[in-house]
Design a protein around this ligand. Structure first.
Ligand code: HEC
Length: 200
């Protein structure tokens, strides 16, 4: 039986293919080794987190709250626990942040404002107050800085929370405990603060 001979052209092709394979795999190894051993910058981690937090709140607001209300099924109301109702988006964010805090991963997030409905949602530190003031002038520039609690060091990022719809404005302007009654659509109503530990 005659064995099939591999033509010189086919040999060159195989050689080229194997070479490309080896070079590309060593390139990807090199790329992986370039990932800094210190990890991702805390500002970037915060940007990733705020992306998820905002997306979750938006999904809840548009695909659950608005849909349920439009179809007359159930309303989102602040005193939802005592009624046949579901939580407001701000409460949704608050409850999920509580679960994250209790999980022990060390990150925290919350909604704050210079005109909070509840005082607990006011700025907790001069840094947070300054951050809120800056965001009113410059909503697109998140405010960031290192903060310390005892021996623990944290990184805080503060992102503007704008009145994206008339519903935000109407509810806050008419809430009996709201200290501000002239919010307009587009205004910076407050901020999302994200706090991440800088060491384990
Ligand atoms: C139906 C009423 C209602 C609507 C609509 C609403 N909120 Fe609120 N919002 C509240 C209540 C009540 C709280 C306080 C929740 C708590 O801490 O228990 C709150 C809290 C907040 C806070 C934290 C500061 C504070 O006032 O206590 C911000 C910031 C905020 N809302 C922004 C918004 C934005 C932006 C929208 C629209 C995308 C919006 N809210 C829509 C009722 C509402």
């Amino acid at each position: 039986m005659e064995r099939k001979r591999t033509s010189p052209l086919a040999q060159v092709k195989t050689f080229t293919f194997v070479t490309i394979l080896l070079v590309s795999s060593s390139l990807s190894l090199e790329a992986a080794s370039k990932i800094p051993s210190q990890g991702i910058a805390p500002a970037t981690v915060s940007d990733y987190l705020v992306g998820i937090i905002k997306a979750d709140r938006q999904v809840y607001t548009t695909h659950i709250v608005k849909r349920m209300q439009d179809q007359g099924i159930v309303l989102a109301q602040e005193d939802w626990k005592d009624k046949n109702a579901i939580p407001l988006p701000a409460q949704f964010l608050h409850y999920s942040s509580k679960i994250v805090a209790e999980s022990g991963v060390g990150i925290r997030f919350r909604l704050i404002s210079l005109w909070p409905i509840y005082r607990k949602n006011g700025p907790a530190t001069p840094f947070e107050r300054k951050g809120l003031e800056q965001l009113i002038k410059n909503p697109n520039v998140p405010q960031r800085g290192k903060v310390a609690t005892g021996k623990m060091k944290f990184f805080q990022s503060i992102y503007a929370d704008n009145a994206t719809s008339q519903a935000c404005v109407t509810c806050h302007n008419t809430h009996p405990l709201s200290p501000k009654r002239d919010f307009k659509v587009g205004d910076v109503m407050g901020a999302i603060v994200i706090t991440i530990p800088l060491e384990k």
